[in-house]
Design a protein around this ligand. Structure first.
Ligand code: 0GY
Length: 291
């Protein structure tokens, strides 16, 4: 059963005013359960509201998007069954990011590749996962590199400094979730966000998702305080940014975001048609579909 304080996703999101270009990719979203078919992991830190593949695909169509990148979330641990099932149903319309056990075999990884997994996620957010030794992640990275996969990392801004040597040691494409979770009260010019910008400036293999204004804002549901962070990244690194809804928005406390309003943030952070084309189509298609 869903946690007592868990906020279910928005039941009837608006039709966005912003019309995404044909072929747009939602590059960060999840499927949760349904628990009777795909039980949550025994060591999970939260129990979400079920959010099925059918609901995800209906939202994709409602928002005027074409494709999804589905990311394994911590509530399913290293059991990727719900993710793989969704990828199988979606065919060419979805790709996946898995979370794997260090003991996984090449054969299992190849089977995941066949249904569309193209990356593994390393989660450093302490409220979501127990800590994993860096060497374990390095070994997994070396294994998935053989398949041409990349790494997705999730951490919060105060943890970046300590993580830089680890990140710079992985000589493969790395995608940082949610802009490295800046504290937006500090502003774009603060040393913390400037450290993140420098990481991308110094390492052209590091990308980021300009996602999650709903988690980062201090004035929900007005996301304007987050826009300068995302716009800065889109303009400085136009070929290394991705965008995603983060549906079904696990662990939101302030509000259940309206996904239609999240789509309407896109033209404020990618202010030209050219930047939108890169953010929503060219970049995710290159990274996840090899085009
Ligand atoms: C997100 C954010 C969160 C959760 C997870 O793996 C997860 O459980 O990523 C969060 O709580 O911030 O990207 O879905």
């Amino acid at each position: 059963m869903m946690d007592a304080n868990y906020l279910p996703f928005h039941a009837s999101p608006a039709v966005p005013k912003y019309k995404a270009p044909a072929g747009a990719v939602d590059a960060h979203c999840h499927v949760f359960g349904p628990a009777d078919k795909f039980p949550y992991h025994p060591k999970r830190k939260y129990t979400p509201c079920d959010a099925s593949k059918e609901q995800l695909f209906a939202l994709r169509d409602h928002l005027g998007f074409s494709r999804n990148v589905i990311v394994q979330a911590s509530c399913h641990g290293t059991d990727n069954a719900a993710l793989l099932d969704a990828l199988q149903s979606a065919g060419e319309l979805a790709r996946g990011v898995a979370v794997v056990d260090p003991a996984i075999s090449m054969q299992e990884l190849e089977a995941m590749h066949a249904v569309g997994v193209r990356a593994v996620r390393f989660n450093f957010v302490k409220r979501l996962v127990d800590s994993t030794p860096k060497q374990v992640f390095i070994n997994i990275a070396q294994q998935v590199k053989q398949l041409g996969w990349h790494i997705v990392v999730y951490f919060e801004a105060p943890d970046l400094e300590e993580l830089i040597p680890f990140l710079e040691q992985l000589d493969m494409t790395i995608v940082v979730d949610h802009m490295g979770r800046p504290d937006v009260a500090k502003g774009v010019d603060h040393a913390d966000f400037q450290r993140f910008i420098k990481l991308l400036a110094d390492n052209d293999n590091i990308w980021t998702k300009v996602s999650c204004p709903e988690r980062l804002t201090l004035q929900a549901p007005d996301y304007s305080d987050v826009e300068p962070f995302a716009r800065t990244l889109v303009e400085q690194f136009p070929d290394r940014v991705l965008w995603g809804t983060d549906w079904p928005h696990p662990n939101m406390k302030s509000h259940a975001p309206d996904d239609g309003l999240l789509v309407d943030v896109i033209p404020k952070i990618a202010v030209t048609a050219e930047l939108q084309q890169k953010l929503l189509i060219d970049n995710p298609m290159r990274l996840y579909w090899g085009e």
